[in-house]
Write a protein that binds this ligand. Structure first.
Ligand code: IMP
Length: 193
């Protein structure tokens, strides 16, 4: 089954391709000739995920899925949350965002946090959503060079490594994105038998 993933984030594309079960071919926006920015104008992860999937499905008149992800840190009132991509400013780099989190967390004793991903599958005017959450902690400093975004400052429960110290296969054992994708893939299997 071929399915379009509405993301222009190459890291996410790689991860989802590596997590897709046999029989699923993930098609990127590049492959369908879409080069613009996807809209992301809402205050919740659920709404942003839906907005991206609906926009692309309507534009290309086909079924597709999108995802939105946020890092939610307890000690700083759930920040960066829905603003994870632009936490340190509109054109902030991953590095800027990580440094802003570490600066805010410097004096915090409570280090608990979670990654939350919501995948929206949009087809023929209706949609369904799948949530994946991974609990973890924020270390005092960044550790590791793999992955992207906040990977160097997130240690998932059950591991002593940050996501950025893991291979993609290792990250997939814990990953919020993989959890939501597995639920989505099961749904697709059910509706296509
Ligand atoms: P988006 O709005 O869903 O594209 O993602 C928001 C931001 O969250 C991204 O720009 C990344 O900085 C961060 N992010 C999303 N997924 C991950 C992940 O798996 N690891 C680390 N950071 C992530």
């Amino acid at each position: 089954m071929k399915i379009i993933f509405a993301t222009s984030n190459q890291h996410k594309l790689k991860e989802v391709k590596s997590a897709a079960p046999e029989g699923f071919e993930i098609i990127s926006l590049k492959e369908i000739g879409f080069e613009g920015e996807l809209p992301e104008t809402h205050e919740t992860i659920e709404e942003n995920s839906l907005e991206k999937a609906e926009y692309l499905s309507n534009k290309f008149n086909t079924a597709c899925f999108a995802e939105d992800t946020g890092l939610i840190i307890d000690a700083i009132n759930g920040e960066p949350g829905v603003y994870s991509a632009r936490y340190a400013g509109e054109y902030a780099s991953f590095h800027d965002n990580v440094n802003k989190v570490l600066a805010k967390m410097k004096v915090m004793e409570t280090r608990t946090a979670r990654f939350k991903t919501v995948i929206t599958y949009y087809s023929q005017g209706s949609f369904v959503q799948f949530e994946g959450v991974t609990e973890g902690i924020i270390p005092l400093v960044q550790i590791g060079d793999n992955g992207f975004g906040y990977d160097p400052i997130f240690i998932p429960d059950g591991s002593t490594k940050t996501y950025a110290q893991m291979t993609m296969d290792e990250k997939n054992l814990f990953s919020h994105r993989k959890k939501s994708f597995d639920l989505f893939a099961n749904h697709l299997k059910l509706i296509t038998v």
